[in-house]
Design a protein around this ligand. Structure first.
Ligand code: MLT
Ligand code: ZN
Length: 462
């Protein structure tokens, strides 16, 4: 089929309201939410069900036209933005947003790809359960994006990345076949676990249309505390002390540079309930059993006495808990208001965090004296958002390379949770071993031989 005839044919499949072809209606599909990545789609289609997704893929495959899957568009790596060719179809899952089933006894939810994470969280909460994937963008991020980016967030420490919550998937392949793997099994060793190929592959191997997620019991007790900390090394001492004292109840351990909270107070007009400090830790613990608050307060007393924390505040109400989390979750927005920033979503072995920061800070300031480093992140997972606020003229690629070289020298990863998208494609090619890249290409060739699924994302175009 000729390219200019394709939108009308796709419209036959998804109906008039499911086809977007012109003007400002296409705007949401032209760029990511930070306006960092821009593209020009041929059209956008919004199927209503899995059969329509399959038919869209069949038409696009027959026409040799590439498809860019689109969820809540909250990613930070440009994975959902088409290229500039005007020849790619954006496939939005937004109209497939049903919660198909919540199994209270089995602790599972079956949900369509377009359902907003927070909607799914609220639905299971009403049933007394917890969907333990938590991230700043949960009010807009959709399940399909969570699955296909293997999202992380602020409680990975306790519950793991999205991958570890996914029991089953429904996927539409590049040639428009439906794989129904919506099994709810905790144990399933029957051959290859193919769903893992689609988790975290950012829509380059198939379109995720629905998922079965494993839920968890909803903890009845929660303690949230903000601590002022002299250094990253002290933060790790506090982490060890927390593990010893309150062990498996620890759900979040977020490290924030004082400068990150300074941005938040200045741009978001929020108040930090502690005095100025070089670093802060936001810690959360939760449990179904009573006694958590007493145990946490005893542990906090201990770290203050040992001076690995210099001050602390424990939230006394849900409101105060939310306020502490708002400080943490506003950093990205405040950073955006401060000016241009170059993001690094890196991970290193947890014990290497202090040395990594020292080495990276020295290297960056030596080569780029005009920048400001804005470090925060999920220190309990070894994941740091090592973001750098830069002048407009700065060569971002050179800065990326310098930081990533330090990351690799510590045995780290150049993307802990945000994924590769289009932002880190070249850096992945540079930093990963050729044998790893060759295996990735063989899987891509097997599942998407025409290279029509999100081309140029994760793997470089050849
Ligand atoms: C966060 O943890 O707040 C985001 O993943 C980070 C970012 O904006 O770099
Ligand atoms: Zn993060």
């Amino acid at each position: 089929m000729r390219l200019d005839a394709l939108p009308a044919a796709l419209g036959q499949v998804v109906g008039n309201r499911g086809l977007v072809t012109d003007g400002s209606d296409l705007d949401p599909y032209r760029h990511d939410w930070r306006h960092m990545f821009k593209g020009r789609p041929l059209c956008a289609v919004l199927p209503r069900n899995t059969r329509e997704v399959a038919e869209v893929m069949q038409l696009c495959a027959a026409s040799g036209v590439a498809v860019v899957p689109h969820g809540g568009n909250t990613g930070l790596s440009g994975g959902a933005t088409p290229d500039e060719s005007g020849q790619q179809v954006v496939l939005s899952l937004a109209r497939m947003n049903a919660i198909r089933d919540i199994d209270v006894i089995g602790e599972t939810i079956e949900v369509e790809a377009g359902c907003v994470l927070q909607t799914a969280q609220e639905a299971v909460d009403e049933k007394g359960l917890l969907l333990p994937i938590t991230l700043a963008a949960e009010g807009s991020a959709r399940i399909g994006g969570i699955v296909s980016t293997n999202a992380g967030g602020t409680n990975v420490l306790r519950y793991g990345m999205a991958r570890s919550r996914i029991l089953g998937l429904e996927v539409v392949t590049a040639d428009g076949q439906v794989i129904n793997g919506l099994r709810r099994l905790r144990k399933d060793n029957a051959g290859y676990d193919w769903k893992q190929w689609f988790i975290g592959s950012e829509g380059t191997l198939g379109i995720v249309t629905a998922a079965v997620l494993q839920l968890a019991p909803k903890p009845r007790h929660r303690v949230t505390a903000l601590l002022a900390i002299p250094s990253p090394a002290d933060a790790l001492q506090v982490l060890c002390a927390a593990r010893n004292a309150i062990g498996e109840t620890l759900t979040g351990f977020e490290l924030m540079a004082g400068s990150a909270l300074e941005l938040v107070t200045r741009h978001q007009h929020l108040k930090v309930p502690l005095g100025a400090s070089a670093w802060y830790v936001l810690l959360e613990a939760s449990s179904s059993l009573p006694g958590l608050r007493d145990a946490t307060e005893a542990f906090l007393g201990d770290v203050l006495e040992r001076e690995i924390a210099t001050d602390g505040v424990v939230a006394e109400s849900e409101r105060q808990e939310a306020d502490l989390w708002t400080l943490r979750e506003s950093i990205t927005e405040a950073e955006g208001r401060e000016g241009r920033s170059v993001k690094h979503d890196v991970s290193v072995p947890i014990s290497s965090i202090p040395d990594f920061l020292k080495t990276a800070d020295e290297a960056v300031m030596r080569s780029f004296p005009d920048v400001r480093i804005n470090t925060f992140g999920h220190a309990g997972d070894g994941n740091l958002h090592y973001n750098v606020i830069v002048p407009t003229y700065l060569d971002a690629a050179a800065l990326n390379q310098l930081v990533h070289d330090v990351v690799v020298s510590f045995g780290g990863s150049i993307s802990a949770e945000h994924g590769i998208g289009q932002y880190r494609v070249n850096e992945l090619e540079r930093c990963r071993a050729s044998v790893e890249l060759a295996i990735a290409r063989r899987i891509k060739d097997a599942l998407d031989p025409q290279n029509l699924l999100n081309p140029g994302k994760v793997l470089a175009l050849r």
